[in-house]
Design a protein around this ligand. Sequence first.
Ligand SMILES: Nc1ncnc2c1ncn2[C@@H]1O[C@H](COP(=O)(O)OP(=O)(O)OP(=O)(O)O)[C@@H](O)[C@H]1O
Length: 336
Amino acid sequence: MTGPAGVPGRRTYGLTIETQGLTKRFGQQVAVDSLDLAVPSGAVFGFLGPNGSGKTTTIRMLLGLAAASAGTVRLLGKEMPGSFQDVLPRVGALVEGPAFYPFLSGTANLHRLDAAGRHADPATRRERVGLALERVGLGHAAGKRVHAYSLGMKQRLGIANALLSPRELLVLDEPTNGLDPQGTREVRNLVRSLAADGTTVFVSSHLLAEVEQICTHAAVMSAGRLVAQGPLAELRRSGSSRLRLVTPDAGPASSVLAALGLSPETGAAQPDGDVLVAALATPGFQSEAGAGQPAAEDIVAELVKAGVRVRGFAVERESLEDRFVELTGEGFDVAQ
Ligand SMILES: Nc1ncnc2c1ncn2[C@@H]1O[C@H](COP(=O)(O)OP(=O)(O)OP(=O)(O)O)[C@@H](O)[C@H]1O
């Protein structure tokens, strides 16, 4: 849960997004508070937090849509806002979904939006629009009027708009918000396949399950502050775990556990014996024994050797959901 780590199997050459002390104040309110973000190149980075935790404000500052009150932003290795001209054409964004003309086709809408962009080459427009529509799976609906598109199709059209030029970074603000399960699946699959092409994707969400499904890395926001950041696997491991033992021999069992450096406590008794619980060192208790502590199988072996009748033994790990509730101090929307 520390600094960035590379994405296994991918080319990593540093940070695509890096902020230091990034802060946004609205009057007395601090919407984003000294944010140090580190988004490794090649990551699918989930920017997770409850509503109002500062995600959109951060994204707006990253893209130069809002000025920071303090702090610095580097995008694709360049200091912002000085290098916006150079960098922004390499960044695709879906922030407040573009407004589409409902009675124009998907193709005609993208032509209009591309023509409004300062960096777009009109000579290649037709080809680029066609490729972007194919890329998001709307090739078959290119000539259809947008009012006949489902919400998921409209959202994919918004992503196609962000893909009209080759992009090294894609920033998506809550891309599945308001979508039905089918639309949500379409957009999540699209994000996965864009990431598989090598694009770094920064995607905000208030849904933990969504981040778990599509992201390699995550940052967790709570009330404008960053409370955790790192590879998802590392965030999972950073939660606490404990062992739970059921035995009719609680006394000797406690002595064995204490001799192993654990601090057992008695839980509610069960019909087949007493329950002892003990916190375990983290991270990675099951894979590599935590600092100075034996592995689970060795604990069981010691108990058995001491004649303790083991009627139940489990290592219970805090779920990512529990971990995030603990970090943000509020219930997380875990739907879908
Ligand atoms: N233009 C603004 N003026 C005043 N306050 C603002 C403005 N924009 C955002 N805020 C406040 O800043 C805080 C963070 O809002 P922000 O929209 O960044 O959160 P969020 O995590 O994106 O939430 P949501 O998912 O609901 O959009 C909120 O308390 C919000 O009311």
